[in-house]
Design a protein around this ligand. Structure first.
Ligand code: KG4
Ligand code: ZN
Length: 348
């Protein structure tokens, strides 16, 4: 629950997270049927708790925001239907929010960051560079041609025997590791444009992980070193491609008002933040990232995107569909479907 003041101040009144990680953990990843059922079982309780913690009643609300995609459609439908029910029952405007737009505004939950800014969105499902000109005005500069950065963390972590989600577990394992002894491929190095690729790194890291033998005395240190090598390689690629996007963005903006935001689950990674902070400084960009709690998925960022949309006079009908695929920059996704272009169009 978020309050957006008339002067633009943002107050997070409550942010309740119901995690399903334990239910999916035995399967090493998210199982769609389990996800949909868990949403049904927890949605009422989560809404109730959000209201209680914010100390507001339904009569205090001015609008309802619900994620309408992209993502596993079973869970999306549950949240969107609950949002529609409240909007209908209380006569409130509904805003159907793109999950990625939520990540795009997430850093604005704790800091007043003016538009436009250059955004690196790095999560489990997405890895994109976007120019964010304002709410509903995103232009894609680059995207992954295979895996997302968080997906690479998760898959490589699995080959190292770590639990899901792999990103935080791998970061922990990398503490005290020295990755220098494991050379990993540098995808797309020197290639024009701002696209990403992590599949070569994933294959190379999996091969190295298989080569580590538990019998060796140095096994634990070997794992730590490999984890550090993987984390550094991902951070390095994010930095190299962001650096290109920054150069382009600075040219297009005549070197003025250069702001950079990194958001999404992978933005919680300390090495990624550190490397990108340096990249931004070298290019003359000011650096922003959401506070830790708002890097990974949360409802506050969806509420803020909804509030900003309402303020801009944008709202949706009660027939708003749940969308498994929903690119932020639809024109770019159609013209150049770099990531997971399925039968029904670009995922994101
Ligand atoms: O934004 P998010 O919560 O969900 C999506 O929209 O995908 O991102 C989740 C992703 C997972 O892949 C997870 O492993 C990764 O973010 N992640 C991290 C860290 N915390 C979460 N990756 C690296 N280091 C972390 N500390
Ligand atoms: Zn997300």
């Amino acid at each position: 629950m978020v309050r957006l003041g008339s002067d633009g101040t943002v107050t997070v009144l409550s942010s309740v997270i119901s995690t399903q990680i334990a239910a999916h953990a035995p399967y090493g990843g998210v199982v769609p049927e389990i996800a949909a059922r868990a949403h049904v079982e927890s949605i009422d309780g989560v809404i109730g708790e959000a209201m209680t913690r914010a100390a507001v009643g339904f009569e205090d609300l001015t609008g309802v925001a619900a994620t309408a995609g992209p993502g596993l459609v079973g869970g999306v439908m549950v949240g969107l239907s609950a949002g529609k029910a409240i909007a209908l029952a209380r006569g409130l405007p509904l805003v159907a929010v793109n999950h990625l737009e939520g990540h795009a505004v997430s850093a604005r939950l704790s800091e007043d960051i003016a538009y436009p800014f250059l955004l690196l969105l790095v999560s489990g499902g997405h890895c994109q560079l976007l120019e964010v000109g304002g709410i509903g005005a995103c232009r894609r500069l680059g995207s992954t041609i295979d895996d997302a950065a968080g997906e690479a963390f998760d898959k490589i972590a699995k080959t190292l025997g770590l639990p899901y989600p792999g990103g935080p577990a791998l970061e922990k394992l990398a503490e005290g590791g020295d990755g220098a002894r494991f050379p990993l491929p540098r995808a797309l190095l020197g290639r024009d444009g701002c696209d990403f690729s992590f599949s070569g790194l994933k294959t190379a890291a999996a091969r190295l992980a298989e080569g580590l033998t538990a019998e060796r005395e140095s096994f634990e240190q070997d794992r730590r070193d490999l984890a550090d090598a993987v984390q550094s390689a991902i951070a390095r690629q994010l930095s190299e491609r962001t650096d290109r996007a920054m150069a382009q963005y600075a040219r297009e903006h005549d070197g003025r008002d250069l702001r950079f935001v990194v958001a999404g689950g992978v933005a919680a990674n300390a090495t990624v933040r550190r490397v990108l902070t340096a990249t931004a400084a070298a290019r003359g960009f000011s650096f922003f990232a959401p506070s830790m709690a708002y890097c990974t998925d949360n409802a506050a960022m969806i509420a803020l995107a909804g509030a900003e949309r309402l303020r801009a006079g944008l709202q949706d009908g009660l027939d708003a569909p749940a969308r498994p695929r929903w690119p932020l920059d639809e024109a770019a996704a159609l013209a150049n479907p770099t990531h997971a272009f399925g039968r029904k169009g670009a995922k994101a």
